[in-house]
Design a protein around this ligand. Structure first.
Ligand SMILES: Cc1cc2nc3c(=O)[nH]c(=O)nc-3n(C[C@H](O)[C@H](O)[C@H](O)COP(=O)(O)OP(=O)(O)OC[C@H]3O[C@@H](n4cnc5c(N)ncnc54)[C@H](O)[C@@H]3O)c2cc1C
Length: 379
């Protein structure tokens, strides 16, 4: 009997890595992405050691390629707006993180897949049957009116997941209280570490990339949909962060020559289940989190590596999805909660509270910071 393909809705980091997971398991698959061309959202990305390990488990070459495309860092620093070190964190036994552009990561994942399995310009609008009838093949409905019957469906359609809305009672978006700008500037940054600067006026991340470029991001507290924030350009940001330490003003001066991306930061209450019969959720569709731990995409890659191992145990799709849920659910739920809490501390804006926070942070020994960050890196 012919095996039907596994169907994937969404062609972002989670959809592409789910496809690689299925390929690793020698299973047929078809991926449906709503946009007619690849449009990785965002500027740069940091893949922490757990994400690089997940890539290695998916395919031995992927980890090395990701590091080659970007720059490797074993240390992350949190700095005050004057540039004092508040804390340092090392990957230790888990190794380095890789910083690269989103475009390069997208290409890396896409190039690992056969182009005929990637169906662009195909929006998934729902699923039919199946949720309670586990023995039946699920059907993915597309916006063009066509339907695809598959062995199983993996929903990777992001924070605004339509499939999630259909299958579960939708949890509302939870606005985090701050808004974010990010971009890539043509500037050589010589610091051998990743840094995030915390001040009463906001936060600024500096991520050196390859070839004389740097990925940067800035966050300030704002009301949701704030019009001034939406209209802010790099010159406005330079004004706002003018008294932050070097090289932040230099980066923002350079950033004026490049496009920037602006978005309010939000997450959602994570799903109670990741598996619903022959349908599973991965990435932001399952566990959209604020970016404070830099773990959203890392967790999507972990999802894919763990799913591959569950399928390889020879289980039916429903059993593999149940095993995947069991292995993943508490870790991703914790990440969503921890990331949200971390944002509240990082975005303090009363100067007195910032000073107290900074003093406490300086007192925490590096060994303790390392232990905490390394917990994130253990898959
Ligand atoms: C400011 C910021 C910085 C971040 N930095 C980091 C970082 O450094 N490291 C890290 O690990 N994470 C980071 N993240 C988180 C990371 O970007 C996300 O967790 C990750 O991109 C999620 O990937 P995804 O594929 O699940 O979802 P998405 O990236 O949202 O992809 C979903 C895909 O599905 C498609 N789609 C949507 N609906 C449909 C549909 N109905 N049918 C078909 N296709 C559909 C979309 O077009 C898209 O291609 C950051 C997030 C933000 C906001």
């Amino acid at each position: 009997m012919m095996t039907r393909p596994w169907l994937i809705a969404g062609g972002g980091i989670s959809g592409l890595s789910a496809a690689i997971a299925l390929q690793t398991c020698d299973l047929p698959f078809a991926l449906f992405e709503r946009f007619p061309e690849a449009k990785p959202a965002g500027a740069g990305i940091i893949l922490a050691p757990n994400a690089l390990e997940a890539l290695r488990r998916l395919h031995p070459d992927l980890k090395e390629r990701a590091i080659e495309l970007g720059r490797a860092f074993s240390e992350m620093r949190i700095l005050s707006d004057r540039g004092d070190v508040l804390s340092r964190m090392h990957g230790g036994q888990y190794g380095s993180s890789a910083a690269l552009t989103r475009t390069d990561l997208h290409r890396l994942l896409t190039d690992a897949l056969p182009s005929e399995a990637l169906h662009l310009g195909k929006k998934a609008v729902g699923v039919k049957q199946c949720v309670l009838a586990e023995e039946q093949n699920p059907i993915l409905m597309l916006e063009d009116g066509s339907e695809r019957e598959g062995e199983a469906i993996i929903a990777c359609d992001g924070i605004h997941s339509l499939l999630r809305q259909q299958i579960t009672s939708p949890a509302p978006l939870r606005y985090a209280g701050y808004t974010c700008w990010r971009g890539i500037a043509s500037i050589e940054i010589h610091q051998p570490y990743l840094s995030e600067t915390w001040g009463a006026r906001g936060r600024f991340g500096v991520v050196p990339l390859k070839n004389g470029r740097a990925y940067w991001y800035a966050l300030t507290n704002a009301a949701p949909g704030d019009e001034r924030a939406s209209a802010m350009d790099a010159a406005g940001l330079l004004d706002h962060f003018a008294n932050f330490h070097d090289p932040i003003p230099q980066i923002l001066r350079q950033a004026q020559h490049h496009p920037l991306i602006h978005a309010d930061i939000a997450d959602r209450k994570p799903l109670e289940q990741l598996a619903y019969g022959r349908i599973a959720f991965m990435g932001d569709a399952a566990h959209a989190m604020t970016p404070n731990l830099g773990q959203g995409a890392c967790q999507a890659l972990e999802d894919a590596a763990v799913l591959a191992s569950c399928i390889q145990r020879g289980n039916s799709p429903q059993d593999a999805f149940r095993a995947y849920e069991k292995l993943r659910i508490s870790r991703v739920r914790r990440m969503v909660a921890d990331s949200f809490r971390m944002g509240k501390i990082a975005q303090l804006e009363q100067p007195i509270l910032c000073r107290i926070r900074n003093t406490v942070m300086k007192l925490i020994p590096d060994a303790m910071n390392n232990r905490q960050v390394q917990q994130l890196y253990r898959i």
